[in-house]
Ligand binder design. Structure first.
Ligand code: CTP
Ligand code: MG
Length: 409
């Protein structure tokens, strides 16, 4: 059975009113639209994913999808249309012809669960169309434009529908074709099937399956993300898994590096070229500080060391700026599902004076790792003329970092 996920993420987020488009805002340290993508990507029954974004956002979305290691399952990223229904229609047209079922799910709903995928899918296999829904909690009244109540609806028959909305591919294609023909725009996908007189089954879903629409919703979503861990612990999930569920698992790493002075070389520390009569010897630019930072990050992520990832023998790294090595290290860390909380580092050198360059070093490290510079510290010390650094034979650097595991729910 060929099952595709179709994720519309081409909205403008008007009601969120944020400068960054809603789908790219961070929730639990990860862009909003990636939350449901991760769930789809890890689901064994989902063959592939088609993501629909605003025209012009394709590259940004593709970069983030790759950064979080989801590019294997996300087969296409295509531009959407002006209404959600247009985005969905364009997405449907981009699916392989032999698709059997499609799960349409708003990028703005981060709390998708594997169980909800399973249940809407098996209902759709039965009925042709199945949508996630929750019983309405409030009393719903119909009012005239002047706000005078006309009637009160019987609450026990009312459901609030969400996504995933899961359909036989042929049925939803036909429903969209007919809607376009008739010039009909609905507020969800199922209504287009209902217009054909075909059955649509409601699949009870948790009321935590919220759509992030306003700033309050984002706050609520952060709370839900946090409380998931509490619930997991209550349910007796092992501590580590519960922490992961919450996205709160912390990981510490340490790095250390030494390079010897060599006349005739440039001295580069923290990506800053420092005027000095000697530089450091090494295969790359020998930026001892960046190497220590990169090693700390790799260690915290449970990866092998810098020599393994960027081998000395590889001509690709000869003379290269270590900022590129650091940038690539940041990508590895993010792909492993971590965000960087902070970095503290220390340059151990008798000479030259490092202090005048510290701010630029912090900025360079922060930029390479795509984090604010307030999360990066660079300090320096001499060793009172003791040891090899004290004798001016070389420079050493050490770093520690803290990573936070981003939830993969
Ligand atoms: N969407 C889309 N194409 C559109 C409009 C919306 O793909 N032309 C997507 C949104 O990105 C979102 C989902 O459909 O993932 C549900 O839409 P909604 O929550 O309304 O998001 P926005 O339209 O972005 O928000 P707003 O209505 O506040 O502008
Ligand atoms: Mg909208």
């Amino acid at each position: 059975m060929k099952v595709y996920a179709l994720v519309p993420a081409a909205g403008s987020g008007r009601r969120m009113g944020s400068e960054t488009k809603k789908q790219f805002l961070l929730l639990g340290g990860r862009p909003l639209f990636l939350h449901c993508l991760a769930v789809f990507a890890h689901h064994p029954q989902v063959t592939g994913i088609v993501l629909v974004v605003s025209p012009g956002d394709e590259e940004t979305a593709a970069r983030l999808v790759a950064e979080y290691g989801l590019d294997k399952k996300v087969e296409k990223i295509i531009p959407g249309g002006s209404e959600r229904q247009d985005s969905v229609r364009l997405g449907l047209a981009a699916l392989p012809e032999d698709t059997d079922f499609v799960l349409i799910h708003d990028a703005a709903r981060p709390f998708l669960t594997p169980d909800l995928i399973d249940r809407t899918l098996s209902a759709a296999v039965r009925t042709g169309a199945a949508v996630a829904a929750a019983p309405v909690k409030d009393t719903i009244k119909v009012a005239a434009p002047n706000r005078l109540v006309e009637r009160t609806l019987e609450r026990s028959t009312l459901w609030s529908v969400a996504t995933p909305q899961t359909f036989s591919y042929r049925l939803i294609l036909e429903a969209h074709r007919r809607a376009q023909e008739d010039g009909f725009t609905g507020t969800d996908d199922a209504v287009l099937v209902e217009r054909l007189g075909r059955p649509v089954e409601l699949v009870p879903a948790s009321d935590t399956n919220i759509k992030v629409t306003t700033p309050t919703d984002l706050l609520l979503a952060e709370c839900l993300l946090g409380s998931a861990a509490g619930a997991a612990k209550e349910a007796g999930m092992p501590g580590e898994e519960a922490e992961k569920e919450r996205g709160f698992m912390m990981r510490v790493g340490s790095g250390f590096d030494v390079h010897a002075f060599k006349p005739g070389r440039r001295l580069v520390l923290g990506g800053v070229e420092i005027p000095y009569q000697r530089g450091l010897e090494g295969h790359s630019d020998a930026d001892v500080l960046l190497h220590a930072v990169a090693d700390a990050l790799l260690g915290a992520a449970g990866e092998r060391d810098i020599g393994h990832h960027f081998p000395d023998q590889d001509p690709a790294w000869a003379g290269i700026s270590s900022l590129i090595i650091l940038e690539k290290t940041g990508e590895i860390v993010r792909r492993r599902g971590f965000s960087i909380t902070n970095i503290d580092s220390l340059v151990i050198a008798q000479e030259p004076k490092i202090a005048p360059y510290v701010e630029r070093m912090r900025a360079n490290i922060a930029q390479a790792l795509k984090i604010p510079s307030e999360r990066v510290a660079v300090k320096a010390t001499s060793t009172e003329r003791l040891g090899f650094t004290g004798r001016g034979e070389g420079i050493a650097a050490q770093a520690v970092c803290l990573l936070q595991e981003v939830s993969t729910r």
